[in-house]
Design a protein around this ligand. Structure first.
Ligand code: CA
Length: 411
């Protein structure tokens, strides 16, 4: 009997693991991206985890160029008066007028390591900006000898000619610093309780990758700090001697897109995976998102990733993954009223995909997908997506002559 039961259990396992999965290469012309997958022999852990059906929202919009001449703009946020703060990766921070005029660069930034993917990254306003004029920014911080790390600083923005930062304090240094020019992460998101989430990467090199699972390293982590740089008392690992107390969640590869879900207040993020493995996660307290033990996709050089598996107990499955990848950067849930058909949709910037990705979300599931801006000529890499104060969508294009674009209903 025991033998038969064991055999049945094995059969049930085989059935669950293989037979119930969608067939290989099930992609059809009804996919948002019908091109072949990067990883040919991987399967979603649940129905709808990848390749959601294409649904055209049929929203007619105009693309208005608000500003141009920005060098690799990376992060955008709105000031209370409707002007914008935009970072340029080579190390400039600019105020941009509502009419698109570029102010002189803000002076007073600390030294920045400008490398392949590193430089000045995101910018965010203090929740009490109207009274304290504080801003926060993330950047690649140079360290001797030739190493660098993601860092976050804050300062008081003082208007003038030129505008400047005063009372600058570096609040956070990712450690260890490594000799790498990639995977800095860098998105800044204030939670509703006033704490600050900082998304990060694992610096791309093997030494960093292997620390994404280690609690004594800040590589491959999303961290949560107070606005003064101190550690919130309710972070998940504050009571452990062997863990960095700043850690909020672990096992991340490189997170360049993050936003609060307005329905829940939770932190949603989209991270760069390997080839065939970009993924959406809900970053929750103390949870392990698997990298590099579990991951969808294959190495950019070919072959399986470190762990060679996609599922493991104790590790979170992504809400959704893309194969082929989109190369995500910047995201927002749309809550405005200019585009009623897009209400509550999730928008994600695409770098290599040169598109704006639109997803319909139902709770924690992706229902359908659409690629916008694919008819732009030339197509452009989209670095950031932000909803403006009047409900328009604003985008940054990732170029040496980068632009601020505004999507408005077609006139
Ligand atoms: Ca993962």
């Amino acid at each position: 009997m025991a033998c038969a039961a064991a055999a049945l259990a094995v059969l049930a396992t085989v059935y669950m693991r293989y037979m119930r999965r969608p067939p290989l290469d099930a992609r059809t012309a009804a996919s948002a991206d019908p091109s072949p997958p990067n990883a040919t022999n991987q399967h979603p852990a649940f129905a709808g985890q990848t390749d959601a059906p294409l649904r055209r929202s049929n929203v007619a919009f105009d693309i208005v160029t608000i500003a141009r001449g920005l060098e690799e703009p990376w992060g955008l946020t709105f000031l209370p008066d409707g002007r914008m703060l935009v970072t340029e990766k080579p190390g400039r921070l600019r105020i941009i007028g509502r009419d698109g005029v570029l102010y002189p660069s803000v002076v007073g930034l600390p030294r920045i390591a400008v490398t392949s993917q590193g430089g000045l990254l995101d910018v965010a306003l203090d929740p009490a900006f109207e009274s304290n004029h504080r801003i926060y920014w993330s950047y690649a911080e140079p360290q001797p000898p030739g190493t660098n790390n993601t860092a976050v600083a804050r300062g008081t923005l003082v208007e003038g000619a030129p505008p400047r930062l005063e009372q600058v304090v570096v609040l956070y240094h990712q450690s260890p610093a490594l000799l790498s020019n990639a995977h800095f992460g860098g998105r800044l998101v204030f939670a509703r309780d006033g704490t600050l989430f900082i998304t990060q990467g694992e610096r791309a090199i093997t030494e960093g990758r292997m620390q994404a699972q280690r609690l004594d390293s800040l590589l491959g982590k999303i961290v949560r700090i107070n606005a003064d740089g101190s550690v919130p008392h309710d972070n998940p690992f504050v009571d452990r001697d062997d863990a960095r107390p700043e850690i909020w969640s672990l096992g991340h590869r490189n997170v360049e897109a993050a936003t609060l879900n307005p329905a829940t207040g939770e932190l949603w993020e989209v991270e760069h995976g390997t080839r065939g493995g970009d993924e959406i996660n809900i970053s929750r307290k103390g949870k392990d998102y698997g990298w590099p033990t579990i991951a969808y996709g294959i190495e950019y050089a070919g072959g399986p990733i470190t762990g060679g598996i996609q599922v493991k107990d104790g590790m979170e499955q992504p809400v959704y993954y893309w194969d082929p990848v989109i190369a995500p950067s910047g995201m927002t849930f749309y809550t405005g009223s200019l585009f009623p058909a897009w209400k509550n949709n999730l928008f994600i910037g695409g770098l290599s995909s040169q598109a704006l990705v639109r997803l319909t979300i139902d709770g924690e599931r992706v229902v359908d997908e659409e690629r916008l801006l694919t008819d732009m000529r030339p197509r452009e890499r989209i670095r950031d997506v932000v909803q403006g104060p009047e409900g328009a969508l604003y985008l940054l294009t990732d170029n040496v002559d980068g632009r601020v674009l505004k999507l408005v209903p077609k006139r």
